[in-house]
Design a protein around this ligand. Structure first.
Ligand code: IVH
Length: 312
């Protein structure tokens, strides 16, 4: 028996690792056929030994039983929205306001990130295992979509590394890329199903499926862009948080620029605008964030949005 437990454990570990290489690092080590062979072997073993069931098994990504309705859950820290800037002057004003609030004339270090046009979600990990996933909802409460989130290949079901916080709440954007969207609509057209208007609608429709087996067939992707609650690990900056998330196995947008000045943010905005149409996914601007977590705390937030971040 323990031989079987070991075999199952080994297959799960290997499949998690190959999954990460494929979906997060975009650098697969084995062929799809080899991956499928290992998956089939694990499915057969789990079927023969139902007592070894685990929600974290790579086999669980195919979806589970359909729900009647979504439960709701409160976010332990509200999920705020972002203030908007529409011209360079608004961004310079944002920087002046932060420095005024901090009482400093020093240059502030910022992070600039593509603003993904998808849906905000929160993933809660307890002792390194995905325990709960929810939509942003009204920012205070969201809908529980754990089964749907589990189907997304780039979402780790188990975190990597040694430095795993006992509680970790991460936030990010679920989206469908341009290519995935075209293929999905082609397929729907063949099946005489109504087409999705745009990738964002397709992602929203896929995430709000009561039947996670349907979600599993949709080309959903994720980029994580922040941490909510975290216990047991001390971080000093947003860019450090992103690196930490990456080390735990999360997918982070490689176009994020860290440690830049407000003027470099404006330059980067032009660069990003120039390549917007050649990106493999849709963005609706850029998000600029003051990097220091101490500064973020000191400038705080209004009831609607943080004062340390702005969407351009
Ligand atoms: S930070 C408190 N970073 O924009 C800071 N948001 O209007 C909140 N979004 O609901 C968000 N890409 O869905 C942040 N790199 C990014 C983002 C991003 C897209 C979305 C997010 C949020 C909305 C804010």
């Amino acid at each position: 028996m323990s031989e079987i437990v070991e075999k199952v454990e080994k297959l799960r570990q290997e499949l998690h690792r190959h999954n990460h290489r494929y979906y997060v690092l975009d650098d697969p080590e084995i062929s799809d056929a080899e991956y499928d062979r290992m998956m089939q072997e694990l499915i057969a073993l789990e079927k023969a030994h139902p007592e070894l069931y685990s929600p974290d098994s790579p086999t669980q990504r195919v979806g589970s039983l359909p729900l009647d309705k979504f439960e709701t859950v409160g976010h332990s820290i509200p999920m705020l929205s972002l203030d908007n800037g529409f011209q360079d002057e608004d961004i310079l004003e944002f920087d002046r306001r932060i420095r005024k609030l901090l009482g400093t004339t020093d240059e502030i270090s910022y992070t600039a990130e593509p603003k993904m046009d998808g849906l905000a979600v929160e993933l809660v990990y307890e002792n390194g295992r995905l325990a709960l996933a929810s939509t942003r909802g009204d920012g205070i409460r969201g809908e529980v979509i754990t089964a749907n989130i589990r189907t997304i290949g780039s979402v780790p079901l188990i975190l990597h590394g040694q430095n795993i916080p006992p509680i970790l709440e991460v936030r990010g954007e679920v989206f469908i890329g341009k290519e995935g969207f075209e293929k999905l609509n082609e397929q729907r057209s063949k099946e005489d199903q109504p087409l999705f208007a745009n990738p964002r609608n397709a992602a929203a429709g896929s995430l709000r499926q009561l039947d996670s087996k349907i979600t599993a067939k949709r080309p959903l992707e994720i980029f994580l862009y922040g941490i909510g609650r975290i216990e047991g690990v001390q971080l000093v900056s947003h860019s450090e948080s992103l690196k930490f998330l990456q080390s735990l196995g999360f997918r982070i947008n490689p176009l994020i620029r860290a440690n830049i000045t407000i003027l470099q943010c404006l330059e980067y905005y032009r660069e990003l605008s120039g390549k917007r149409h050649s990106l493999p996914y849709e963005i609706d601007g850029m998000v600029i964030k003051a990097d220091s977590l101490e500064y973020q705390q000191r400038v705080g937030a209004t009831s609607r949005s943080p004062r340390w971040a702005i969407a351009y």
